[in-house]
Structure formats: C-alpha cells, structure tokens
Ligand binder design. Structure first.
Ligand SMILES: Nc1nc(=O)c2c([nH]1)NC[C@@H]1CN(c3ccc(C(=O)N[C@@H](CCC(=O)O)C(=O)O)cc3)C=[N+]21
Length: 293
C-alpha cells in the first residue's frame, strides 16, 4: 500500500490562514491577542522552538510578549516572571517552555499559571475540565499536541468513530491527555494507552486502526506490528547525527517498513510538530475571543 501523507505543514498553514481572519475580526472589536513565552536558559533547541512560536504569531497578527531568563534563574525568579505574565493585560495566553533547568520545581511553576491564560492547556485545572466534560462543549484550552493530532486526522476525513486507537507513551503532553479527547462522545474512539510496562505491545498494536506513536524510541513501530491500512501518526522525537551531512536530525518512532503498510501516515518532521504550533495559536485566539465575549 502506498500511504497517503497527512501533511501537517500544509494543514497548519490552512489553520493559520483561518486564524488570521479571526484575529482581524477581534482587531475590529479592539482586541489584540498576545502570546507570552517564558524561556529559561540558553538551550539552542528550546530557543529555536520559542522563536518559531513568535514567528507564527507575527504571521497571524498575534502580539508577542517574551520573558527570557538566564540559566541561573532561581525558583523565585521564575515564579516572579509567571506572576508578571498573569498580570500583564497584553498577554492573553502564554507558555512556560519545557524542560526547565534541573533543580526547578516544574509542577509548582505550572500550577501558578492563570488557567485562563494557559495556552498549552496543561494546567491541572484545564486537564481536570477535560476529565469532567465528557459530552458538553469544552470552553477551556486543550492540550496542543493531542488536539493537533485529532484535527489533522479529521481534516483529512479520517473517521474515528468506533475505531481502535493504540497510543504508545504515557507522557503528560501527548499520551495521557490524548485518550481524554479521543473518548469524548463527539469523537467516540476506543483507546488503549501503552507504556514500558505493557505486555504484548505487538499484539495490541496489530489490532489498531490508528497508532499514535509517542514513545520517543526510534523505529519502535515495526512493519510486523502494523495492520495493513492502519493510520500511523509519528509523534516521538529522537535526535541522531545524519551521516551524510554530520548534522543532527529528528527521527520518529515509526520504521520505514511500517510506513509502507499504512493507509495514512503523518511524517516526523512535517506532521504533528507544525500542528502543535498551530493549535497553540488556536488556543490563544479562542482565549481572546472568550474574554472579548
Ligand atoms: N511548554 C511547552 N509546550 C510545548 O508545546 C513544548 C515544550 N514546552 N517543550 C518542547 C516541546 C516540543 N515541541 C515541538 C513543537 C513543534 C515542533 C515542530 O514544529 N517541529 C518541526 C521541525 C522539527 C525539526 O526539524 O527540528 C516538524 O515537526 O516539522 C517540534 C516540537 C513543543 N514542545
């Protein structure tokens, strides 16, 4: 089978164009959404991600607010920056770039974020709302990566009702929250969450109509594990040096052989990453729309 590509980059561009119109409508009401970022330290990867978020904002007309702290910043310094963002009226939503330096109590920082400004949708209050609101509309920010994965499939008319979805990886940003979204009545998928303690991973994956691979283990999804015609969403990020160029490159969880058996395949890079960024913008626009009434 020749898998069709779930092109996250192109889909994200479409979403950004839609969001630009909504930002223009807000501007007509005198409202400008503003995304804040809090970055601690000088890790080049984290800096690259944060710069990308501000570039995305500029493209759709969202204002940018930056708090950049040195690697030596203390718990108190970071908490003070969170309070500034909570109080800044120009900042309608913001993210704390993860990971934070060693020695920092990350959960304490994340819990200080005003839930109404939680652009990542990862504050305990917003995760709790996701748990509680099974059927009714959710009017709080949703976790960006899970939302992006589901949106990418639905925009390609992949029907998820009654489908068996197997998720690899129990991380807080993808594996744990995605089941909450997929099992809402409006989506109605059946979800199995697998992790390092799972027995018979192969057997579970072989049943799956949709595999969301977010383990962060290169090629963990092999051809013999995958049902013909499955939808494969490659989320995991590992880095390795490309022998041809000597440069570091992203490698996903889905092997080349597995890809061949898929009906649809979301590549990595070029799939879920750009969708995550687009959903961050969607959360910021929606938060501004809600506060504009
Ligand atoms: N508070 C917080 N929120 C996050 O959402 C968050 C975070 N911290 N820390 C780090 C991870 C990672 N993450 C990515 C976002 C976009 C791409 C992305 O757009 N990647 C491109 C390019 C990849 C490349 O070539 O390096 C792609 O997949 O095509 C990747 C990774 C968000 N994260």
């Amino acid at each position: 089978m020749n898998a069709q590509i779930l092109d996250g980059k192109a889909t994200a561009a479409t979403i950004k164009a839609e969001l630009s119109e909504r930002v223009a409508a807000l501007a007509a009401q005198g409202v400008t959404p503003g995304l804040g970022t809090l970055l601690v330290g000088d890790d080049p990867g984290s800096r690259w991600y944060v710069n990308g978020k501000h570039k995305d904002c500029a493209e759709v007309g969202i204002a940018s607010i930056r708090e950049d702290l040195p690697a030596e910043a203390t718990q108190e310094d970071i908490e003070a920056a969170v309070r500034r963002l909570n109080e800044d009226p120009a900042c309608t939503g913001y993210i704390v770039q993860l990971p934070l330096p060693k020695g920092i109590d990350t959960n304490r920082i994340l819990e200080l974020i005003d839930p109404d400004k939680d652009a990542d949708g990862l504050h305990p209050t917003n995760l709790g709302r996701l748990v509680l609101r099974v059927n009714e509309e959710i009017t709080s920010p949703l976790p960006c990566t899970p939302r992006g994965i589901i949106d990418l499939m639905l925009r390609h008319d992949i029907d998820l009702k009654g489908k068996e979805v197997v998720v690899l990886g129990r991380g807080v940003t993808v594996g744990r929250p995605i089941g909450l979204l997929l099992t809402r009545r409006s989506v109605n998928a059946t979800v199995t969450l697998t992790h390092t303690g799972t027995r018979d991973l192969e057997g579970l994956v072989r049943r799956a109509d949709v595999v969301v691979a977010a383990a962060g283990v290169k090629d963990i999804v092999t051809a013999d594990m995958v049902k013909d015609g499955a939808v494969l969403i490659d989320v995991g990020v590992s880095r390795e040096t490309d022998p041809a160029t000597g440069k570091s490159k992203v490698v996903g969880d889905v092997s080349a052989g597995a890809r061949e058996k898929a009906s649809w395949y979301s590549p990595n890079p070029g799939g879920v990453g750009p969708m995550t960024r687009a959903m961050l913008l969607a959360n910021v626009v929606e938060m501004a729309e809600r506060s504009a009434g």
